[in-house]
Design a protein around this ligand. Structure first.
Ligand code: FPP
Length: 255
């Protein structure tokens, strides 16, 4: 069934509702190329990319997927031209201000991961407000990674664990995977089942390295602003064709 924008609003019949990924992570790549190929400034690609993300969030909710995590700005993205960085910071802030009420109505819980302490103060305020206001929402958990870098996250966790050992509150033998996870930004979130990266790039770019140890990867040449419901449908079909073994022999053991 399609909605008034011609998009598939219900789960397509060829997808098995019992085998949907519960948590999807996305690396939204190709905004710049999308804009440049149209003779537009790169920022026009980010603006369109934000619309695509909003639509994907709605689609995940419509199709019964319970968590979406988007890589919006990496620790390396500060190396972009100042105007582009400034535009992205403003875009995040403006989107939060403009979309929060609607997201809240739709039951979206929004969280942020990354080192938020060096973001513009006004953006930090919007981040705090939107996280607090939507904390108890249950329809879908939407996490935005801003000034996020996985190595930095793991190093920060190690440092916190080392301090506990130094203070005698923990022994070296007491350090295990479960404990480490408690010190990651994603402490309260299940690991992603599926990673989608657009624009033909096939790497992780320092995104959720610990959390994606067993995540299925899907790469597509489609540029992020063009990643519509049909493209998402194709990604889910590919995911449902995979045999997730988690290092074991039979898929049924890990279901
Ligand atoms: C990568 O494309 C995209 C980004 C670094 C920015 C992504 C941000 C958004 C889509 C806005 C989302 C808003 C919120 C609130 C989460 P690129 O610029 O690297 O593209 P290129 O590889 O073609 O140059």
């Amino acid at each position: 069934m399609t909605n008034n924008k011609g998009q598939i609003s219900q789960l397509p019949a060829d997808l098995n509702p019992q085998k949907l990924p519960q948590h999807i992570a996305v690396i939204m790549d190709g905004n710049g190329r999308w804009a440049t190929s149209r003779g537009l400034p790169r920022i026009a690609g980010h603006r369109q990319g934000a619309k695509t993300l909003k639509e994907l969030l709605r689609c995940c909710k419509d199709w019964g997927i319970s968590a979406l995590t988007a890589y919006a700005f990496s620790t390396e993205n500060w190396r972009r031209p100042t105007e582009e960085v400034d535009f992205l910071m403003l875009l995040f802030e403006r989107l939060l201000r403009r979309e929060l009420a609607q997201m809240h109505r739709e039951g979206v819980r929004i969280s942020f991961i990354g080192d938020l302490s060096i973001l513009p103060k006004s953006l930090q305020a919007e981040i705090e407000r939107s996280s607090a206001e939507t904390l108890n929402n249950q329809a879908i958990h939407f996490t935005v990674a801003v000034n996020y870098g996985s190595r930095n996250e793991i190093m920060r966790a190690c440092r916190q664990v080392a301090e506990l050992v130094q203070q005698g509150e923990l022994t070296a033998e007491g350090v295990n995977e479960n404990l480490m996870e408690k010190f990651l930004y994603t402490a309260d979130t299940p690991e992603p089942d599926l990673l989608i990266r657009t624009s033909g790039e096939m790497r992780l770019s320092n995104f959720l390295l610990w959390q994606m140890a067993y995540t299925e990867m899907y790469f597509t040449d489609i540029l992020w602003p063009d990643f519509d419901r049909e493209a998402f449908h194709q990604a889910l079909l590919s995911y449902q064709g995979r045999d997730r073994r988690f290092g074991q022999v039979k898929a049924s053991l890990s279901a």
